[in-house]
Design a protein. Structure first.
Ligand code: MN
Ligand code: MN
Length: 466
């Protein structure tokens, strides 16, 4: 081996150079990352909606000894509690050795993902085809949703008050559903539409049946036949759709991608790829110094509005309860609290490299990405984490040998986006975005690297323990 030159030695000392996890981690750690992802894939396949993710997490937490939170009970260090908010968000908490007045460590990820929601009155028949009208949820590229198999998940509250859970399209043998698209032979006019209108919102209609009821011709016999089947299977009538939440999501499971199986393709990585490692990190930290609060929130994809989103006061109230239990003032707790807003960022895609500043982009396999600010229009509408707090996260990650990188959401003025970070910042806690880089974000089939998923777990755990 040739001797390093003086310049090489100096470069090693002075230059910032994030590396592929494979060059940083030993074989054992890479194998550990692959293993971690086996259970992550199970989580992905079990949890296609925020409700399912909340219920699954509650189940896991109970198995780990978490008890349902009682704001009027007494708790001691090491006690573990959970709280489910309207079935769509979850808080996991482990009481720390230090008084709550010292602040808590918050991990905040979201469990809602872009999808097609059924309209309140969705079912109709046209030209002897039965369809569902939808209203898309979150920032989707509408043209990506036709011609893929869709499953239907959610709940229906029946006239008699009974709640029916619907989950159809994922199990072998299940039928699936589909939004149709125009054939290329007849798409001359469609081809001239701008990208956002190639498929319009009102064209996202889901095909659900084509066979009429009975042998005697009657109006809407196909719709009638579908309703008859739904009535037999779920006991519902058309009016019950008014009090339902039904979400059409991709029907295929998460799978390995690549000859080397280093990647995972799935619907809903954003943001279950941060939610799952957050939960695993919360479980792993059994006797924390600071009380840990892991929140899996809903409605991030539509601006965090609504009573299960982080613009609602539910997290604030939970922390106020923790403060009261610890005989501390809420204001003291929150001003001393720190948070990782655990959300994905855009991974650098060489096919579309021009939207990124390569020096400030996040790369697959270079670990979790710390995003100091998101927003748009000159850092508008974002939390911009202060350097002191970024340092403390950097220090915790480095000490725990977490593979991590920095990354902005694209070039300046190329677009933009946001996370829940600004809502946590609004409470007064220190917060920064940290998450997994994703390719094809918000598509029905997103891509992440296994090494990064594992680093999310490792990084979140280091943060909770620091
Ligand atoms: Mn997200
Ligand atoms: Mn998103």
């Amino acid at each position: 081996m040739s001797k390093k030159t003086e310049a090489e030695i100096l470069k090693e000392k002075l230059f910032y150079k994030p590396e592929h996890a494979n060059y940083v981690c030993d074989e054992k750690e890479i194998a550990g990352a692959d293993k971690f992802c086996v259970d992550y894939v199970k989580f992905l396949n079990a949890c296609r909606t925020e409700r399912e993710a909340a219920a699954y997490t509650e189940d896991l937490a109970k198995k780990q000894g978490y008890k349902e939170f009682d704001p009027h009970a007494k708790y001691k260090a090491g006690d573990r509690v959970y709280s489910v908010i309207h079935g769509k968000a979850v808080i996991l908490c482990t009481f720390g050795k230090k008084s709550a007045a010292n602040g808590v460590r918050i991990l905040a990820a979201h469990i809602d993902s872009p999808r097609l929601d059924l309209k309140p009155n969705p079912l109709y028949e046209e030209d002897e085809l039965a369809l569902f009208k939808t209203h898309y949820y979150g920032g989707i590229k509408k043209y990506q949703w036709p011609t893929i198999p869709l499953a239907l998940h959610g709940i229906v509250m029946k006239k008699n008050g009974e709640k029916v859970c619907v989950r159809i399209g994922d199990e072998p043998g299940d039928p699936v559903f589909v939004v149709t698209d125009l054939l290329p032979h007849l798409d001359k006019q469609q081809a001239d539409r701008p990208m956002t209108k190639v498929i319009k919102g009102e064209e996202l209609n889901i095909l659900i049946g084509s066979r009429p009821f009975g042998k005697e011709k009657s109006d809407c016999a196909v719709k009638l036949n579908v309703l008859k089947i739904l009535n037999e299977k779920y006991g519902i009538i058309e009016e019950d759709f008014l009090s339902a939440e039904l979400e059409a999501v991709p029907a295929y499971p998460a799978v390995d991608i690549g000859f080397d199986r280093s990647l995972i393709g799935s619907y809903g990585h954003d943001d279950r790829v941060c939610a799952y490692p957050s939960v695993m990190a919360a479980f792993a930290v059994k006797k924390p110094e600071y009380t840990t609060v892991t929140v899996l929130t809903d409605k991030e994809e539509i601006g965090s509005d609504g009573n299960t989103g982080l613009q609602s006061a539910y997290l604030e109230h939970f922390i106020a309860d923790i403060a009261a239990i610890g005989k501390a003032e809420y204001r003291d707790v929150i001003r001393n609290s720190t948070c990782l807003s655990a959300d994905v960022n855009a991974g650098y895609d060489p096919t579309f490299g021009s939207v990124h500043d390569k020096k400030n982009a996040a790369y697959l396999n270079k670990g979790i990405v710390l995003t100091k600010y998101t927003g748009s229009g000159g850092k508008g509408s974002t939390n911009d984490a202060n350097a002191e707090f970024v340092f403390s996260v950097r220090d915790a990650f480095d000490k725990a040998k977490v593979v991590w990188q920095t990354g902005e959401l694209g070039k300046v003025d190329e677009g933009g986006g946001g996370t829940v970070a600004k809502y946590i910042a609004k409470l007064g806690a220190q917060v920064v975005d940290v998450g997994v880089p994703v390719l094809s974000m918000h598509a029905p089939f997103e891509v992440v690297a296994k090494a990064d998923v594992y680093m999310a777990y490792k990084g979140f755990k280091a943060f909770l323990e620091a």
